[in-house]
Design a protein around this ligand. Structure first.
Ligand SMILES: Nc1nc2c(ncn2[C@@H]2O[C@H](COP(=O)(O)OP(=O)(O)O)[C@@H](O)[C@H]2O)c(=O)[nH]1
Ligand SMILES: [Mg+2]
Length: 416
């Protein structure tokens, strides 16, 4: 059965991985129990914000997700996150918790590299001032490449001999070595395609193998650069430097600590704040806006009020939000995740008996280019599917690809 997508947080010690994880998982909106059975301490459920299908049919008031939440058509869908700690330069040689870290990484579909853009921690995570965080981006990727390369080179002689002896094709031989990283033949084929490589595998030299591993790393582990600690005054010049060196499509600016702080104050009823929003409302703001009881919020003391004002000036007004919700959204974009809504009834979008008027109770995230059959296996397991219907009752073939707005509302009819 296709696995649920898993997003790994990587970065040197003290870059803010745990804070980012907390900021993404500690949702204030009402959320249901998550659909996962065992979660170890490093794993957590974050909430990916997507456009819900309920908005398309003007049914936002009846949208009642089984898991996560939906507010005015903005739906929070649970997604699994993994805090991959202990990565330092030299990790591929077992430095720090290097090997353990790299083993955890195998299961990730995409990575969020949390970069301390304030320059107040060195490569090992120790406190300093004026460190250049742009180098972290290079060495971290380099550690992953050297780890995979090392494992491959160790056996290259015998891999090559076997490849020639059984007259294998390059995709099969390489996939045999890379399946442990969660690779598939499609990923390997795409790498070879990208490299436009015509030479037979047995003639590859070290440079070719290294080039292949670089391509493979980028394919298998698409990475968002979360430039964290933008609330720090030294952040600006480091952001400017990194923005010139890296693909802007992969960069998100964030302040994880600000998001944690705002969510905590919202929980304690000092402010009204929606996760990832640009605005924060205090009691007096709501009274001014006509809510007589100030939204039931508590009065803040002078100290707290000043902190909130600073946070607004340094983060919210300058950058538009704390950025953490966008970090997860960008990771989902890189993976091309598609939200699919399985329903019982393709006319009412209900789920049958329970809560008859509630719509779109379920939502699953699948990778881009998934077919209706892939979704069926994920949702229904091995149950025999007689036929599949889309919104309005049209029949949908199992080999159809699902995408946003296309075959993304499905009803699976069981039977022979
Ligand atoms: N100024 C600032 N500090 C942060 C931010 N995020 C995390 N930190 C601080 O950085 C330190 C390390 O954070 P932590 O999440 O434990 O890092 P980890 O080792 O990567 O998990 C802690 O003191 C955090 O409070 C941020 O957005 N801004
Ligand atoms: Mg940590």
């Amino acid at each position: 059965m296709p696995r649920d997508p898993l997003i790994g947080l990587v970065g040197k010690p003290s870059s803010g991985k745990s804070t980012t994880l907390n900021s993404l998982t500690d949702a204030t909106s009402k959320v249901g129990n998550f659909p996962f059975t065992t979660i170890d301490p490093q794993r957590a459920i974050g909430y990916l914000q997507i456009d819900c299908a309920c908005a398309r049919y003007n049914l936002t008031d009846r949208c009642k997700p089984n898991y996560g939440g939906c507010v005015n058509g903005r739906r929070s869908v649970p997604i699994e996150l993994l805090d991959v700690a202990g990565l330092v330069p030299g990790a591929h040689e077992g430095k720090g918790l290097g090997n353990k870290f790299l083993d955890d990484l195998r299961h990730a579909d995409a990575l969020i590299h949390v970069v301390d853009v304030s320059g107040t921690t060195d490569a090992e995570g120790k406190a300093t001032r004026g460190y250049d965080p742009s180098v972290d981006i290079e060495w971290l990727r380099g550690e992953i490449v050297r780890w995979i390369l090392g494992n491959l080179m160790e056996k290259w002689g015998s891999i090559k001999r076997r490849h020639v002896a059984v007259k294998a094709n390059a995709v099969d031989t390489l996939q045999g070595q890379l399946s442990g990283y969660g690779s598939t033949s499609t990923v390997v084929a795409r790498c070879l395609d990208k490299m436009q490589l015509k030479d037979p595998l047995e003639t590859w030299n070290d440079a070719t193998i290294e080039k292949f591993v670089n391509t493979f790393t980028d394919e298998k582990f698409p990475t968002v650069l979360a430039l964290n600690k933008i609330d720090h005054p030294d952040a600006d010049r480091n952001i400017a430097k990194i923005a010139k060196m890296q693909d802007p499509q992969r960069i998100v600016l964030c302040s994880a600590i600000s998001e944690v702080f705002l969510r905590r104050l919202a929980k304690q009823k000092y402010i009204r704040y929606t996760e990832g929003a640009e605005y924060v409302d205090a009691r007096e703001d709501l009274i001014e806006a006509g809510e007589e009881d100030g939204g039931g919020l508590k009065e803040m003391d002078e100290k707290l009020r000043t902190r909130i004002e600073n946070l607004k000036d340094m983060v919210l007004y300058r950058f538009g939000s704390t950025g953490v919700v966008q970090v997860l959204g960008k990771a989902a974009d890189l993976l091309g995740l598609v939200p699919v809504f399985p329903v019982r009834n393709v006319h009412t979008f209900g789920s049958g008996s329970a809560g008859a008027s509630a719509v779109f109770r379920d939502c699953v995230l699948v990778k881009k280019n998934s077919t209706v059959a892939d979704v069926a296996r994920k949702v229904m397991g091995d149950a025999p599917i007689a036929y599949v219907e889309g919104a309005g009752g049209t029949r949908v073939a199992e080999d159809q690809v699902v995408a946003v707005g296309k075959n993304d509302i499905l009803s699976f009819k069981v039977g022979r």
